[in-house]
Design a protein around this ligand. Structure first.
Ligand SMILES: Nc1nc2ncc(COP(=O)(O)O)nc2c(=O)[nH]1
Length: 277
């Protein structure tokens, strides 16, 4: 069964749902709702990673996420913390998070891998080309799949050196992080090579620009992208979830859990994996 990670951004400025769940009660309610809709994991983030976002102080990030993590863990939810800060990761695990989800693969905070090693948590290591503030400046690739594979393998090695066994690592190709539209599609087509590195793979396509670009006629004028409304992006996300599942990924990270869970049910029925007994 493909793992579904539901997204709760406790931020004022995340690209697709910024501000909706900034209040603790709203964030907790959202996490419980995603779990009820079929999320295996609830991913809590306190810092927007959208292109152009400025960094947030760990203290601000922790103030946003820790009460939400505590409440959801107390309800029995499996929680991941979406952070690039080692101090936030440690505090989140102490508050009940089971997974540290670091889109930077441990590059943004030199202390992250050592902190995770000592925490006992599992870790998602994302492919990353630098801060959101100017990530597209480094979106120059010769062969994007080869470079993503090489750079993710290097992060896996760095994690091992820090004391994190590969069995505790989940790799993520970083869709939308330092990658433009066509490069994201190349990475998705290259999933077999990313899976070939060894560890489990998580994919995060949810509501991202590269999906909107294929939904609107004529490409990418910013105005046209507004036609790719949230429901259309969620449907596109669910399609990518089913396709990624058929490639054998471990999990998918999405905003609309219900749509993806339903898409996975259909994919499993097609594959003959689903048992009605
Ligand atoms: N592991 C992982 N974490 C992420 N965190 C944030 C975002 C982008 O912002 P969002 O929270 O609004 O999706 N994308 C990813 C992703 O693709 N993979």
């Amino acid at each position: 069964m493909t793992v579904v990670m539901g997204i709760v951004n406790v931020t004022p400025d995340s690209f697709s749902d910024g501000g909706r769940y900034l209040a603790q009660d709203a964030a907790i309610a959202r996490g419980l709702a995603l779990r009820a809709a079929g999320a295996d994991i609830v991913d809590i983030g306190g810092e927007s990673t959208r292109p152009g976002a400025e960094r947030v102080a760990p203290s601000v990030e922790e103030e946003r996420v820790l009460p939400v993590i505590r409440a959801l863990a107390a309800e029995g939810a499996t929680v991941s913390i979406d952070t690039m800060n080692a101090s936030t990761a440690v505090a989140a695990v102490e508050a009940g998070a089971a997974i540290v989800n670091d889109v930077s693969g441990g590059l943004a905070d030199p202390g992250m891998l050592t902190a995770v090693a000592g925490s006992g948590a599992e870790v998602v290591l994302g492919h990353w080309r630098g801060p959101s503030s100017d990530m597209y400046a480094r979106a120059e690739y010769g062969d994007v799949v080869r470079e993503v594979v090489t750079e993710l393998a290097a992060r896996l090695e760095a994690a091992a050196v820090a004391g994190i066994a590969p069995s505790r690592v989940i790799l993520d190709p970083g869709i939308g992080f330092g990658k433009r539209g066509d490069q994201n599609w190349s990475v998705l087509r290259g999933l077999p090579r990313i899976l070939g590195i060894g560890p489990r793979v998580l994919v995060g396509t949810s509501r991202k620009r590269f999906l909107a670009e294929v939904l609107v006629a004529g490409g990418t004028p910013t105005g046209a992208l507004d036609e790719a409304t949230e429901d259309r992006r969620d449907l596109a996300t669910a399609v990518t979830s089913a396709l990624a599942a058929r490639e054998g990924v471990w999990g998918v990270r999405v905003h609309d859990v219900r749509a993806t869970r339903d898409a996975l049910r259909v994919a499993e029925a097609w594959e003959g994996e689903r048992r009605w007994t």
